[in-house]
Design a protein around this ligand. Sequence first.
Ligand code: ZN
Length: 226
Amino acid sequence: MFAGHYAAALAAKAAEPGAPLWTYVIGAQLLDIGWSSLVMAGVEQVSFDRGLPGSALVLEHMPWTHSLPSALLWSVAAALVVRFAMKLSWRACVFVGLVVFSHWAADFLVHRPDLELWFGGTKVGLGLWNHPVPEEAVEIGLLAVAGAFWAGQRVRAGRHVWPAALFLTLLVALQITAMLTPAPGSAQQLGATGLAIYLVFGAVAWLIDRGKADVGERLPAGAARA
Ligand SMILES: [Zn+2]
């Protein structure tokens, strides 16, 4: 799962607009932001098997970012950080936490068994990566459905739809580019590329959602906006 993770961010923004889009967008990839950093530091390990169907990643060791207890801890920590650093409502914080955890749930669907249920314990994963065509269809399908809900929420809030269409287009383009690009030569290269992509998409989300958006979204339909 790659760009498909962002479907959770868009769905959350539609359901709870009180958190800025960038918090959901960063949250959806928070585990992989940690993973990219730890892979570059050599703390978590990945290798590549280009003979595998779908993703060439062999995720040998990633207890700190992709075990079930770690994912739960990152989710709770993210919810508390946005609560106390950004003063978001508890409801918005719960949604941020859910988006962070959605990463693990989506990875469980697509990964081959490489996600530890506890530290050093059984590794799980349903392995949709072994079926590349349905896997890509699921990722792009999730983005399309969640993107439609998000665009609908913007319309109801009296906001422009084009930024949503642009962001969705970028996400689908990212997914297709990743699909057509061969696996990188090293774990460091993969980590650096991933980190750059996650931060750029977080910045784009901030750009298209900044301003008085959240105030405007709470106004009744037809009310004047500043
Ligand atoms: Zn992941």
